[in-house]
Design a protein around this ligand. Structure first.
Ligand code: HEM
Length: 192
């Protein structure tokens, strides 16, 4: 059971998060090597558009729109938000001049991780803990003994639930900070 939880959920979670980090670092390395840092500068725009596009799922979920299958839109949300974040991470690169965009990047990264915790880890872990509790009860353990036996799993589940809960509040922090950064860049470019 624990092996399947690891293989089916923890491993894909780690791979997809690892890919985000690895592709970011490799792209940044090659953009610098090939003197193409300006490409990264502009990747902020498609990245932001993808993230905004991924919000169609939220509109559907909250019934602001009635078009589209919620399940397919969720898959699209996950994919577009992941790809958009990848573009924005490459865009952020390794330059440290301004604090505001970096705070936005940190908030965005927390946002991506919290979404992935919800998708890959939370539901299966909930089921796993439920099954474990039932299993112990069937084996004749008393309730306090069961709670003792699953204590650390319950602590881990609680931490994951908290991660999932911050998904929307941290998105709002990210959106406000990113907007500040984008408006200041557009003012600087004379686009507004
Ligand atoms: C329309 C979208 C965006 C545009 C046009 C844009 C444009 C830019 C430009 C021109 C710079 C270079 C500033 C400089 O050289 O000092 C920059 C840097 C940066 N941007 Fe963006 N950006 C966009 C979206 C975002 C988003 C959504 C994030 C984060 C969530 C972000 C994070 C960063 C970071 C971390 C830097 C590096 C700041 C530094 O040098 O310290 N950008 N952006």
């Amino acid at each position: 059971m624990t092996t399947s939880l690891w293989r089916q959920h923890v491993l894909p979670f780690s791979i997809i998060l690892g890919l985000l980090a690895t592709i970011t670092l490799l792209s940044d390395y090659f953009l610098h090597l090939l003197n193409l840092v300006w490409v990264g500068r502009y990747l902020g725009i498609p990245g932001t558009i993808l993230i905004i596009g991924s919000l169609v799922y939220s509109l559907r979920k909250r019934k602001y729109i009635s078009l589209g299958n919620p399940k397919s839109l969720l898959t699209l949300h996950e994919f577009m938000a992941w790809l958009g974040s990848l573009f924005v991470l490459i865009h952020a690169g390794i330059h440290f001049n301004a604090i505001l965009p970096w705070l936005a990047t940190v908030a965005m990264s927390v946002n991506v991780v919290s979404g992935m915790v919800g998708k890959f880890l939370l539901d299966p872990s909930r089921r796993h803990l439920q099954e474990q509790r039932q299993d112990y009860l069937q084996r004749g353990l008393q309730q306090p003994e069961v709670e003792q036996a699953v204590f650390w799993d319950a602590v881990a589940l609680d931490a994951m639930t908290k991660w999932r809960k911050i998904h929307i509040p941290i998105f709002i922090v990210f959106a406000v900070l990113a907007l500040g950064h984008i408006i200041s860049i557009f003012l600087f470019w004379g686009w507004v």
